[in-house]
Design a protein. Structure first.
Length: 349
């Protein structure tokens, strides 16, 4: 009896397979049988003198823009791919150990990556996961496929399913049928680019310098891509670029819409370009079922109306846009044999 309970406990620890949505803005971890157990910013703060990490995730994000010269806040992923391999491995190891708590446990791992990344970049993600403690081989799933599964689309059916996943670093557009991607496009435009466009607009129009965190807050509170029934105004604080002193200015939702115009147009173009490459039979299915939006960018006010106006297609929001990729990757873990065809292992890279 004691042996049985030990084995069941051992299985619970060693068998905690996990799916990781390795996002530019946030990393989410889904544990088999439990659901999403971790959602933290993809940020690591290190001491530049010895290269040791001081904080990871939530604590690290609080330090962005507030560090002295000896401390650096690093985002190891840029445009959905690994920009700093060592830091990314450090971050992954921290998250795995936070979920597992046992250093010797080697979980099976599925990692979601953008569809537009190269084989070399995919291998880098895979190696980072394996070095961080995943069982070999680590499996890779393309983000649009994971988002479509997470949004509840019938990806294994012979019908056209279109998903638009607007993430922090990239926008993934894909048409999926029979468990495979028929047409896709990955635009390196996402939440970070939108934040940057707000920073540049405020700098140009108001001669005011603001940081990344302020820009992100403005986007979340005032961002819209379609005229609102009632436009809003708000005060924002920053540093006057002429005098160097703190100053407050008033901006409207129209200003923020204008700031993000170029990036939103790029997202719309990626959707139209993918529709253009879609076989007619599948395009007819999409006309019936509509385009599904996922990712943090899907929460922007008016994005459904804007895409509907640009494409003429019905637009649907995924049930849980922020977590669609993590839920979909987790679903692959839960039904691994049934959905094995949608993942890539080392031999296919």
């Amino acid at each position: 009896m004691a042996a049985d309970s030990f084995l069941s406990r051992f299985g619970a620890v060693a068998g905690r397979d996990m799916a990781v949505d390795l996002g530019t803005a946030n990393t989410l971890v889904y544990v088999r049988g439990e659901g999403i157990v971790l959602d933290e910013p993809s940020v690591v703060v290190i001491n530049t003198r010895d290269g040791k990490p001081l904080a990871v995730g939530v604590e690290a994000k609080k330090m962005i823009g507030r560090t002295p010269s000896t401390i650096e806040a690093i985002r190891p992923l840029k445009d959905g791919v690994i920009a700093d391999f060592e830091i990314c491995e450090m971050m992954l190891r921290y998250f795995i150990q936070k979920v597992h708590q046992r250093k010797w446990a080697k979980p099976r791992m599925v990692v979601a990556v953008p569809s537009g990344i190269t084989g070399v970049e995919q291998r880098a993600v895979q190696e980072a996961a394996e070095f961080a403690g995943a069982r070999k081989p680590a499996y890779i799933i393309e983000e649009p496929m994971a988002a479509a599964i997470g949004a509840g689309l019938p990806v294994q059916e012979p019908t056209g399913n279109m998903i638009v996943d607007i993430g922090g670093g990239t926008t993934e557009v894909a048409v999926i049928s029979l468990g495979g991607v028929v047409a896709s496009q990955s635009a390196r435009v996402g939440g970070d680019e939108l934040d940057n466009s707000i920073i540049q607009y405020i700098k140009k129009e108001f001669s005011l310098g603001i940081g990344e965190r302020t820009a992100e807050e403005i986007k979340m509170q005032m961002g819209s891509v379609w005229p609102l029934a009632r436009e809003m105004r708000a005060e924002i604080r920053g540093r006057d670029l002429v005098t160097g002193l703190p100053r407050t200015v008033e901006v409207s939702t129209r200003d923020i819409r204008e700031a993000m115009q170029e990036q939103i147009s790029a997202i719309c173009d990626a959707v139209k370009s993918t529709l253009d490459k879609t076989p007619p039979e599948l395009a007819a299915d999409i006309m019936d079922c509509g385009i599904t939006l996922a990712g943090g960018g899907a929460l922007l006010r008016g994005i459904c109306e804007r895409l509907n106006d640009e494409t003429g297609m019905p637009i649907n929001l995924a049930p849980d846009p922020l977590y669609a990729v993590a839920i979909g990757s987790g679903q692959v873990l839960e039904e691994f044999e049934a959905l094995r065809g949608v993942v890539l292992s080392s031999g296919e890279l």
